[in-house]
Design a protein around this ligand. Structure first.
Ligand code: FAD
Ligand code: NAP
Length: 837
């Protein structure tokens, strides 16, 4: 949107680079708040450069950008980066420009905020001036820690630069006195002007009196029988209606998935037990998981997945709610926390106020202005074919969305393995999909239908969940630029559909949502705790109790039984449900008809002591596991099981065209996936090029798993690659095979080496240290390409540290020099990571 001419004086350019929408959301917030400071923003994507804005003519720019992949710019910032990186540009090219930059990243990745940092360095190198220091916010610990103060200082900095008098409407903080102080004065306390980012409470906001409109307006009464009898969730009432709707609406059989309606219990026994028992439970899950169809019938056609396995309800009625007025907790809370007789809701860190906090005055964000209205039509809706997420642009999509058939689903791990690994073979027939090894396929997945059901129960919306829903912008909203979120259908859909396919319900509630929930909470102690969790002072508590504990919205509402928000508030705040990418584990030249992906089934145990009240599985991996259950059992399926996917390319993480180039691949666990494709491609190229046989670069693979007999993925294929010399060296480590002699007696021993103490190496990096002479030679003499794939949290950093140690040991480099050596390789894209949490 372009700022009117009359406001040009106070105008600045606001640019974002985003992959998941976070940077965009922050920019929208900046643009919205700016007018209250007498400022006006023109908001664009970074890649609109040259089209919608002329960088050479701008004098004041604010940039918010994330980082993706291996420290790369997000998809809508690539062109911008290329432009500013042009070598012909002089050191005064941007001397006219002043800028402020906020980088978003995650310190679990080695290239933390790389795009933001590179952009900042490059703008400075081109002569641009900083309005004030850049911020680099870390999603690993909470973006708000850096982002909030950075944003707070932004407006005064812009005012100063543009010569605007500081407004009297500068943000003020709301101070909530410590717990021991008195009652709220809602009128003054809560309803600060919407343009403020924080509000000041002069009196306590510890409670509300129920007449001020803040009282929950719906009473949630959930009959115990509904919860205790899983059948009533899965095979009667709304769920059946939903299934019926699907068969009515899914006219286009080509586009729909046909999985059998074998609805069974979503209530599983608790997640206790040893790994063997768990494995058996896994196997049991395969045959019992609920499978239903999604109402859309268009792209996303299956909402099965008993991803949330709620702990079985017992007859015990030992509800220890934090207050006497639990509206719904006597049923759902009881059910969820029944994993342990010891743990009670009171013990949840989510609910328990940290003494250091309860003794403090709190600075809480101002109430975000409500902006959505929702209305329901009084009859069930037969859903038409809906475009996925209202046709909102998909992140990192390098192709259109295709429904591909799953032709095979193989469990790669043995009974008793710590994790269950699945390989899915996806048919490419008729799709025209083109991909290269290193690319991945993003799977569009729904939320677990049982979790959605429970959320609908919890919000007391069962009566309207399947009615035609219309979302509009509140006429009197104080939110500027208010719009129905682009990824939600404004009409012709249902609440169940939106909660299933459009929004992420697993993420911990944001601080802004928690702030909004205060308004719909009845009990004083819950209000106070909500205020603590969204306050500046409660940042550590928020990170520890919600983010690190992976508390979902449902867990959260369970912990705050007197909170009953309207669903439009929830929809205003929930982030978009994201597709999940999986590395192609095949090579199109070798198998043109199908693409393979491999993944571990993510399982997260319930643990009331950590604020998680129900056992759940990964949104996508849980769903894929469920819908492929018949294939895993080897059953014949009458109609193809299809999933919506799109290609996500990776320009750097791909095998070199030059076969002579040596490479070192490191991929423990499912991190080996892309290397299967790499090796297939190299094998074919080598066979085709006679001369290449003589000049084939050394090709090393480090693979790590837990047990040789349980999770040695692709064991036979890797052995074949070694046998035909596609792999020069195969190194495999077994982290949990304890007895060295015994294991190595059964293994081929070419895979791993034993140290002088007779112990085999535990992890890939331990094996790397034992190969230090070869690795140092490959790095320093042959400029070998290094590829690391898999876990970002620990493995990637440990592997980089091992390379640095190798260089120190073998080449006598100092610690700093070794670090610089690897850093340079990263910059030159000869050390590449494709890692994820
Ligand atoms: P989600 O519902 O998203 O849950 C995962 C989250 O659960 C984790 O982020 C973590 O926060 C949390 N969690 C995990 N374990 C625990 C625990 N014990 N306790 C509490 N919380 C926990 N994955 C593969 O398996 N194979 C691949 O080939 C692959 N390729 C990828 C390629 C790219 C380019 C990218 C970006 C990612 C890739 N991933 C791959 C990761 C994959 O996209 C998903 O993130 C992963 O499968 C989990 O998805 P999910 O929806 O099942 O889990
Ligand atoms: P995993 O099964 O959890 O672990 C594989 C092996 O790595 C185990 O033997 C494990 O040992 C070991 N390990 C644990 N910590 C390690 C460390 N610090 N250094 C080296 N090895 C270590 O692995 P996974 O779940 O398959 O994969 C990990 C992650 O990679 C997943 O989150 C997945 O989503 C992601 N992934 C990303 C991509 C991509 O971005 N392209 C591709 C594939 C997978 P112990 O358990 O005995 O400690």
């Amino acid at each position: 949107m372009l700022v009117e001419k009359s406001k040009q004086q106070n105008r600045f350019l606001l640019l974002y680079g985003t992959a998941t929408g976070q940077a965009k959301a922050i920019c929208e917030e900046i643009a919205e708040k700016a007018p209250s400071f007498g400022l006006f923003a023109d908001l664009f994507e970074l890649d609109d450069i040259g089209k919608k804005f002329n960088f050479e003519k701008e004098k004041c720019v604010v940039i918010v950008t994330s980082t993706t992949g291996d420290g790369d710019p997000p998809p809508n910032a690539e062109k911008f980066m290329r432009r500013i990186k042009k070598r012909v540009l002089s050191s005064t090219y941007l001397a006219h420009l002043h800028y402020a930059l906020l980088g978003l990243g995650d310190s679990n990745y080695s290239n933390f905020c790389r795009c933001g940092r590179d952009m900042d360095a490059r703008l400075e190198a081109l002569g641009a001036h900083k309005l004030y220091p850049p911020g680099f916010a870390d999603d690993g610990v909470g973006l708000e820690i850096v982002a909030d103060p950075w944003l707070k200082d932004l407006y005064p900095a812009l005012q100063k630069f543009l010569g605007i008098h500081p407004t009297t409407q500068e943000p003020v903080t709301e101070t909530v006195p410590c717990k021991s102080h008195s009652k709220a004065n809602k009128e003054t306390d809560i309803e600060g002007p919407p343009e403020k980012s924080f509000e000041k409470l002069t009196l306590s906001a510890a409670g509300k009196d129920g007449t001020d409109g803040a009282t929950p307006n719906r009473e949630s009464k959930i009959p115990v029988s509904v919860i205790q009898n899983s059948d009533s969730l899965t095979s009667n009432g709304k769920s059946t209606e939903k299934a019926d709707l699907v068969s009515d609406s899914a006219q286009d059989k080509e586009k729909s998935i046909n999985v059998s309606e074998t609805s069974t219990s979503i209530f599983e026994n608790g997640a206790e037990g040893d790994s063997h028992q768990k494995e058996e439970e896994d196997r049991a899950e395969i045959s019992t998981d609920k499978q239903t169809k999604d109402p859309s019938g268009a792209i996303l056609t299956d909402t099965s997945a008993a991803g949330a396995n709620i702990i079985r309800a017992s007859n015990r009625q030992q509800v220890h709610c934090s207050n006497g007025a639990c509206v719904w907790s006597e049923t759902l809370c009881e059910l969820m926390r029944d994993i342990s007789q010891v743990a009670t809701i009171d013990s949840s860190p989510v609910l328990t106020s940290n003494p250091a906090l309860s003794d403090k005055d709190l600075t809480v964000p101002v109430l975000p202005p409500a902006y959505l209205d929702i209305s329901f039509c009084d009859s069930s809706l037969k859903l038409p074919s809906l475009s996925y997420q209202n046709s909102c642009k998909l992140p990192s999509a390098a192709s259109e969305v295709f429904n591909v058939a799953i032709t095979e689903a193989k469990v790669l791990t043995a009974v008793g393995a710590v994790k269950k690994t699945l390989l899915l073979q996806l048919s490419l027939e008729g799709t025209g999909i083109k991909y290269s090894p290193g690319d991945s396929l993003s799977v569009i997945c729904p939320n677990s239908s049982s979790e959605v059901d429970l959320l609908i129960h919890r919000l007391n919306l069962e009566d309207v969940a399947d009615q035609a829903m219309t979302l509009t912008v509140k006429q009197d909203t104080k939110k500027r630029r208010a719009a129905v979120p682009a990824h939600i259908h404004p009409c012709n859909s249902t609440l169940r559909y939106v909660l299933t396919t459009c929004v992420s319900i697993r993420d911990p509630p944001s601080k802004a949502l928690i702030r909004a929930l205060v308004e719909y909470t009845k009990e004083d102690n819950e209000i106070r705790r909500l205020q603590e969790l969204c306050s500046k002072e409660g940042t550590q508590d928020y990170t520890r109790c919600l983010r690190q504990s992976h508390v979902s919205l449902l867990d959260f509402l369970c912990a705050f039984p007197s909170c009953l928000p309207p669903v439009e508030t929830i929809l205003e705040h929930l982030p978009r449900l994201q597709p999940r990418p999986y590395s192609a584990c095949s090579c199109q030249d070798a198998t043109p008809d199908h693409l393979d992906i491999v993944f571990n089934l993510v399982k997260v145990e319930a643990n009331p002591a950590e604020g998680r009240y129900y056992h759940r599985r990964g949104v996508c991996t849980g769903w894929l596991n469920d819908i492929t259950a018949p294939l895993q059992r080897g059953d014949k399926v009458e109609e193809a099981i299809q999933i919506p996917v799109f290609v996500r390319t990776n320009q750097h993480f791909r095998p070199p065209a030059d076969l002579n180039q040596p490479l070192i691949m490191i991929g423990p666990g499912t991190g080996v996936a892309p290397f299967i494709g790499f090796l297939e491609e190299r094998r074919i190229a080598r066979q085709q090029l006679e001369e290449a046989r003589n000049s084939y670069g050394e090709t090393w693979l480090y693979f790590g798993c837990r047990n040789r007999e349980k999770d040695y993925l692709f064991r036979d294929r890797l052995a074949e690659f070694e046998k035909d010399s596609t792999l020069t060296q195969l190194r495999v480590t077994f982290s949990r095979d304890i007895c060295a002699e015994e294991e190595n007696a059964t293994g081929s021993c070419s895979e791993t080496s034993i140290s002088s103490d007779g112990c085999p190496p535990r992890y890939v990096q331990d094996q790397m240290r034992r190969d230090c002479a070869d690795l140092a030679r490959l790095l320093t003499e042959k400029d070998a390409l290094v590829y690391v794939c898999g876990d970002a949290k620990n493995m990637a950093a440990d592997v980089a540290a091992a390379f640095e140690e190798v260089l120190q040991l073998e080449k006598g480099m100092s610690k700093d020099d070794a670090h610089m050596f690897i850093m340079k390789k990263r910059i030159h894209k000869t050390y590449l990571e494709d890692v994820w949490l």
